[in-house]
Design a protein around this ligand. Structure first.
Ligand code: PLP
Length: 379
């Protein structure tokens, strides 16, 4: 029997899933490891999807998505970020990950290098490797507030560097790049003739400050924006997101939809349309709940004197724990205290002394889980 792909066999498994598997065999575990809203999809979105199915949205759509949905997305981005997008700049995808994977694949050839954040969402490394490109990590230094340093990026540039991948608001850090930083990153990409893939799936979950989109500073079509309905509207299971790019790149991303998925599901696209055109108070209700959870988490961690990065956006907290291997630490925390967290090492080598907890967990679980963390660190 021939061997299946070496590339795929060599992909690393997510440490979050590993902890999840361990926790699945245990009773009474407090789960703080999962990056998923605790809310259900708002009822008006579900109703619109049911109506759409009855009205016949049960078939294939064009590769780029339904024209009406692309139009409402372009309009809302133009309003939010003062852009001049047309529907031709928008490609509906299977989740934000679909946009990300297609963007990376559309922009790189085998051996091209993609700069990815450390710590950063584990799927970045995997996605780049799946495209047969090479991930190169740039460290988000704690001393600099976990914001990218232009000099650090410059040191990583080689003739093979093709894409700079950025993420604000950040998973796992909760950092939000100031507008000036976003502009500086786009200028940097222009200077070194790179594409930017800007993962902005947490754009609407902001506690302090304002989200700046990399698209606002794009003067020559080198930014691909990655967006999603998963987090903003609690729609993780609908699997719908979108890429925003200059038309030539958007066409390549659309072509890849044909190869991999044909298109995002018609019903999910109609649900997404209802999410954008319907009332937005659900977004604010969820944001406020995460903000309240942040307050509770800070109170418990402060009471134990534990260091952490106070998130300005997204719904995660990056917590410093005194250890040399956060995977071993997370396993011990699970076995001794029945608390499941994401080990920092999953997000990159710089995460060996950190764990990530999700603020999208129930409030009492956050309070009790962090209390148990504090007891373990004190013992
Ligand atoms: N980007 C980041 C930083 C994420 O954390 C996630 C999901 O956890 C995604 C993108 C993709 O989410 P989805 O594919 O559900 O839209």
């Amino acid at each position: 029997m021939p061997e299946p792909s070496k590339l795929v066999a060599g992909l690393k498994r997510s440490g979050i899933r590993e902890i999840g598997d361990l926790a699945a065999g245990m009773e009474g575990v407090i789960s703080l490891q999962i990056g998923e809203p605790l809310f259900s999809t708002p009822p008006h979105i579900i109703d619109a999807a049911c109506e759409a199915v009855k009205a016949g949205f049960t078939k294939y759509t064009p590769n780029s998505g339904l024209p009406s949905v692309r139009a409402v997305i372009a309009r809302r981005l133009n309003e939010d970020y003062q852009l001049k997008l047309t529907p031709e700049n928008v490609v509906l995808t299977v989740g934000g990950i679909g946009a990300l994977a297609s963007a990376i694949r559309a922009l790189t050839d085998a051996g091209d290098e993609v700069l990815i954040p450390d710590p950063g969402w584990p799927n970045y490394e995997m996605t780049v490797e799946c495209a047969d490109a090479v991930p190169r990590r740039y460290e988000l230094d704690q001393a600099r507030g976990f914001i990218p340093g232009i000099e650090d990026l410059e040191k990583l540039i080689t003739p093979k560097t093709k894409v700079l991948l950025i993420n604000s608001p950040s998973n796992p850090l909760g950092t939000v790049f100031p507008e000036a930083m976003m502009k500086e990153l786009v200028d940097f990409a222009r200077r070194y003739d790179l594409y930017i893939v800007s993962d902005e799936v947490y754009e609407k979950i902001i506690y302090d400050g304002k989200h700046a989109s990399a698209l606002s500073f794009d003067t020559d079509g080198r930014v691909v924006g990655v967006f999603s309905f998963s987090k903003t509207y609690a729609m993780t299971g609908w699997r719908v997101g979108y890429a925003v790019a200059a038309e030539p790149v958007a066409r390549q991303i659309a072509k890849l939809q044909e190869a991999y998925v044909s298109s995002a599901a018609a019903v999910s696209q109609k649900a997404a349309e209802a999410a954008i055109t319907g009332p937005q108070d659900c977004v604010e209700t969820m944001r406020k709940a995460y903000e309240e959870n942040r307050k509770v988490a800070c109170q418990v961690l402060d009471s134990f004197g534990i260091n952490y990065q106070k998130p300005l956006g997204a719904f995660y907290m990056w917590v410093e724990v005194n250890c040399e291997d956060s995977t071993e630490f997370a396993k011990r925390l699970l076995i001794e205290q029945k608390v499941a967290v994401a080990p920092g090492t999953t997000f990159g080598p710089s995460g060996k002394r950190h764990i990530r907890i999700s603020l999208a967990s129930p409030r009492e679980a956050i309070r009790e889980g962090l209390h148990r963390l504090g007891l373990m660190l004190k013992s």
